[in-house]
Design a binder for this molecule. Structure first.
Ligand SMILES: [Zn+2]
Length: 189
């Protein structure tokens, strides 16, 4: 079974770490540019002051820069693994579409804000866990969606709470037990 909690929180954590590192980098750079120590001495030439600023800035961004590089490498590895996981079949079959739509009773299963179910009729089948990130083209990963929700969802990874709510809603409209767990990801080949 797909461990959406782990996948989701790992990626949220990486995004936060990347944002924090960028801030750290910017602040370190600005601080590094500031002239140090002997303020007021007029013995140094303009070029010496300039060189001091550059040296200071370079030294200051070393550590956050290293962090940024490590995070970029981790991001690249995750992305490459997502691509390797991709299901060769991207489109749902006619049969999957029919069954998925019937399971949802023809209603959009997505959320239109504040965890509330979208009231519009379903028009398309969508991958709950995005195809581009390795989501399976299976009935378990199928959600019925209206065009607007499908567009709004894009390739974002749904949160574990969204998954829970959808599973609970499906219980409510009497889906068979086989359809209970929502979301499926392809194994690494
Ligand atoms: Zn909708």
């Amino acid at each position: 079974m797909m461990d959406l909690k782990r996948i989701y929180w790992t990626r949220v954590g990486l995004r936060l770490a990347a944002a924090a590192t960028m801030m750290w980098l910017a602040v370190s750079f600005a601080v590094g540019l500031m002239p140090k120590g002997s303020a007021g001495t007029n013995t140094s030439t303009v070029s010496e002051v300039f060189r001091g600023m550059v040296d200071g800035a370079v030294a200051a961004v070393m550590l956050p820069g290293l962090f940024a590089i490590v995070l970029t490498i981790i991001g690249g590895v995750i992305n490459a693994r997502d691509v390797r996981r991709r299901d060769p079949a991207r489109r749902f079959t006619r049969q999957q579409r029919r069954e998925g739509m019937a399971r949802a009773g023809g209603q959009c299963e997505m959320e239109s804000g504040f965890g509330r179910c979208c009231p519009r009729p379903a028009e398309q089948g969508d991958h709950f866990y995005p195809w581009s990130k390795g989501g399976s083209t299976s009935l378990q990963n199928f959600v019925a969606a209206c065009a607007r929700c499908n567009r709004a969802k894009g390739a974002g990874i749904p949160s574990p709470r969204q998954q829970e709510r959808l599973e609970r809603r499906r219980l409510g409209y009497g889906a068979p037990e086989a359809a209970l767990s929502v979301g499926e990801r392809q194994p690494l080949p």
